[in-house]
Design a protein around this ligand. Structure first.
Ligand code: PMP
Ligand code: GLN
Length: 384
């Protein structure tokens, strides 16, 4: 039977490709974003406790009530946003599932969705599956913040959603209050939903506040805000996340969620709820924790030939290699993994326009690693 792919242009995600290449060649893996250290011991203890004490059946569909309450408390404390834990918070199996459910619930055939390049790679396939059209706006370099004139020019009656990601993967760019103002002004009273990928909400540096859409009631009423326990608690392999949205949007979100995800892991939800209740300060320590790693990694590379503009958030650092090589970033990333023994992510793959890709001589390195790993990698990178 002839097979007609619904995603003819989709290959294997670059994160999987580079992590496999790193494993195959025994390279230090600074490509795919994940810590090489464990989550907090007490969190692991709580999850183990629930696993060993019979909490191993389905949780309630939108998530464990006490975990949803913890999220409501957190967003009230940090962003002054009052949400109803019962009807406006849903636990998902990773932020990826939340993003997929949000897009699938709201994007109709022919709707246009605006994304910012370099764009995280899971959004467009979901839009494609809905028959939507993705419109790409390149972020301004070197700050990697939106070009609002270009956004304004792209808006039309067909625009249904704008997908926002701050702090931004892969660039480390962060939105300022001026970006929020500009967003508000381009939106006007158009019927456009906002999908905010805020998985790095707690990993933001230099005292800059995170511009969560949860802070702005007028914007939040048209928003779905997504986060990830994986980033916040150094447990990416647990694949746990959540979505916060006003009730009318959440009702639609849950219609999809119940058939994509149904429920998420029970003992982990119990463990997270306990840990969030007993350690509300954990999230407040993350900026310093990761800023120290960013600063260490950048300092270790001080004598290298890489161009460095310290990341504003996330656990990724872009390094400009134009003083080292003329190669395309995809080729250099492969060669450095196989020959030098350090794996990174080429960021051209997150752009749709070949013009934007052409002069892009940067690689993304993950610094969510033990200091010794960062030192070993930097020693190699300094020799290039
Ligand atoms: N969005 C962005 C920008 C990410 O970097 C990630 C991390 N992989 C995700 C979504 C997905 O998070 P999760 O692992 O919780 O699905
Ligand atoms: N978000 C992680 C990164 O940017 C990887 C997640 C994945 O592998 N899908 O590296």
């Amino acid at each position: 039977m002839p097979l007609t792919s619904k995603l003819p242009d989709v290959g294997t995600t670059i994160f999987t490709v580079m992590s496999k290449l790193a494993a195959d060649h025994g390279a230090i893996n600074l490509s795919q974003g994940y810590p090489d250290f464990d989550g907090p011991p007490e969190l692991l203890e709580r999850v183990t406790y629930y696993l060993n004490h019979g909490y191993n059946q389905y949780a309630p569909m939108p998530g464990l009530p006490q975990l949803r309450e913890q999220i409501a408390t957190k967003v009230a404390t940090l962003y002054d946003c009052e949400v109803d834990a019962e009807s406006e918070v849903t636990i998902t199996s990773g932020a990826t599932v939340a993003l997929f459910c949000a897009i699938t619930a709201l994007v109709h055939e022919g709707d246009e969705v605006i994304v910012f390049d370099p764009v995280y790679d899971s959004y467009q396939p979901a839009v494609d599956l809905c028959g939507g059209i993705t419109r790409h706006v390149p972020l301004l370099r070197p700050t990697f913040t939106p070009d609002w004139d270009r956004v304004a020019n792209l808006l039309s009656d067909k625009t249904r959603m704008i997908i926002i990601n701050t702090p931004h993967n892969p660039s480390g760019g962060v939105w300022t209050g001026a970006d929020i103002e500009a967003l508000r002004s381009v939106l006007g009273d158009r019927d456009i939903y906002l999908l905010a990928d805020e998985v790095y909400e707690h990993i933001i540096f230099d005292g800059v506040p995170h511009q969560s859409l949860l802070r702005y009631p007028d914007l939040f009423q048209r928003s779905l805000v997504v986060s990830s326990f994986g980033k916040t608690y150094h447990t990416t392999g647990w694949k746990m996340g959540y979505c916060v949205a006003p009730q009318d949007l959440m009702t639609e979100f849950r219609k999809v969620h119940q058939y994509v995800n149904f429920v998420s892991n029970t003992p982990i939800q119990h463990g997270l709820a306990d840990y969030m209740a007993s350690h509300p300060q954990h999230v407040l320590g993350l900026p310093d924790f990761y800023q120290r790693k960013r600063d260490l990694f950048c300092a270790l590379l001080d004598g290298s030939r890489f161009g460095i503009r310290p990341s504003g958030g996330t656990y990724f650092q872009l390094l400009d290699y134009r003083a080292i090589s003329n190669e395309a970033d995809v080729d250099l990333a492969r060669r450095l993994t196989m020959e030098a023994g350090v794996a990174s992510i080429p960021i051209s793959v997150f752009y749709s326009s070949p013009e934007e890709q052409r002069d892009l001589k940067v690689l993304r390195f993950c610094f969510a690693k033990d200091d010794a790993t960062l030192a070993k990698a930097a020693e190699i990178l300094c020799k290039l």
